[in-house]
Design a protein around this ligand. Structure first.
Ligand SMILES: Cc1ncc(COP(=O)(O)O)c(C=O)c1O
Length: 397
């Protein structure tokens, strides 16, 4: 008996391997500092928690409509209209257990086995595996530090074939923090229309953006382009609600219907209590986002400055999200000796930093980008300072 080929084909998460090791070291009493987190270190705002408690007390504990309660869909509609200037109908919206499930539903709905999906790298770990799970083929399009890790329309066009079905754009980006500007997106949109390609716009970090950079939603460009776009967002990052598991998708009715069918047969509906809490997140006061964003901004500047002060590291200042993505290729070229061998890749370097500095971070290879590391600044300034002191010490020539 063997497990299915589909599952054999999926790679285990490198992120989980590192965070698992860090947890083990913590349990052994070591003072591990973690820059591995993919979530805000803030708590969910009180007004949101209160609405969840009321929902429990009022007995809102049954299955809901598979694609989400109407109250939440209306809150999402309003949010997309106000913040993103995109007008949808409720039949074009669905709610899932996290943006991750929305992405999974969307990729399975759009892709046939053998279809090609253009994936700009560095990219978030789960896209690749979800594409493979659907039997589709990830086609990596590399972006470069010298170009602020942004994809040009020419690069996209070069990779388009008759088998290209979908492009995945993530802005602000995890892990690079890159944010696409309107003009850059317009050029990409023209290609989507010319070659009739769908595009998933993952906008989960939309609210965490710095230096007066403006977020632009591709679907807001025109009614025509809207037919090719599935906009994905959620409450996880903006409202510090990662554990609540609520994400949403907006797109053409036919795609949303397909996605709802999959969800109806897999997880039924998103958690009922969390849906009520998310209505409050979207409709209630928004000032906690700004408090969190300001704290991230301060940490971002500090972390990037400290990283650039380490010999052999160069780090762009990310425009969004909460990650720094330093280039460590000069350190790898230097070939630090550790455990009888030379460290020549980002995974071994992360392991070295974890063991010797007791700082957890994620290797660039997890994001299809060798020669880089990802450090989350969703940690206290005190921890960021201490963690960077430790890293600096062990990487010194
Ligand atoms: C780029 C990106 N998209 C989607 C998600 C998933 O978010 P959710 O918690 O809503 O499933 C994450 C989480 O790390 C992410 O980094």
């Amino acid at each position: 008996m063997t497990i299915s080929k589909r599952v054999q084909n999926i790679n285990p998460s490198q992120t989980l391997a590192i965070t698992g090791q860090a947890l083990k070291m913590k349990q052994e009493g070591k003072k591990v500092i973690s820059f591995a987190a993919g979530e805000p270190d803030f708590g969910t705002p009180e007004n949101i928690k209160e609405k969840a408690i009321s929902a429990i007390r009022e007995g809102f504990s049954h299955y809901t409509v598979s694609s989400g309660i109407i109250e939440l869909k209306e809150a999402i509609l309003e949010k997309l209209k106000q913040d993103n200037k995109i007008k949808y109908k409720t039949s074009e919206i669905m709610v899932s257990n996290g943006a991750k499930q929305c992405l999974f539903n969307a990729i399975l709905t759009i892709c046939n086995p053998g279809d090609q999906v253009l994936l700009p790298t560095p990219c978030w770990v789960s896209y690749t595996e979800q594409i493979k799970f659907a039997g589709a083929i990830p086609i990596f399009v590399n972006t470069y530090q010298e170009e602020d890790f942004k994809l040009s329309a020419a690069q996209v066009e070069e990779k388009i074939t008759s088998g290209t079905k979908l492009l995945i754009l993530n802005s602000p980006n995890n892990p690079t923090g890159a944010v696409y500007e309107q003009e850059e997106l317009i050029k990409i949109a023209q290609l989507l229309l010319k070659y009739n390609i769908y595009c998933i716009c993952d906008e989960i970090y939309e609210k965490l953006i710095y230096d007066n950079v403006k977020h632009f939603s591709l679907a807001s460009l025109s009614d025509e382009i809207k037919e090719n776009i599935i906009t994905i967002n959620g409450v996880s990052k903006s409202y510090a609600m990662t554990g609540w598991r609520i994400g949403y998708a907006a797109g053409p009715e036919e795609i949303i219907k397909g996605m709802s069918k999959i969800q109806g047969h897999s997880t039924s509906n998103p958690n009922s209590i969390a849906q009520k809490a998310s209505v409050e997140a979207l409709n209630g006061k928004q000032d906690t986002i700004e408090e969190m964003r300001k704290a991230f901004d301060e940490r971002r500047k500090y972390m990037v400055r400290r990283l650039n002060e380490i010999e052999g590291i160069s780090c762009l200042t990310p425009a969004g999200a909460f990650y720094a993505f330093p280039n460590v290729s000069k350190i790898l070229e230097r070939g630090i000796e550790y455990s009888g061998k030379k460290i020549s890749n980002s995974f071994d370097l992360s392991n070295f930093i974890l063991k010797e500095a007791e700082v957890a971070l994620i290797p660039g290879s997890a994001f299809e980008a060798e020669g880089y590391l990802r450090l989350s600044y969703a940690a206290s300034l005190e921890d960021i300072k201490e963690g960077l002191d430790r890293i600096e010490k062990i990487l010194r020539f």
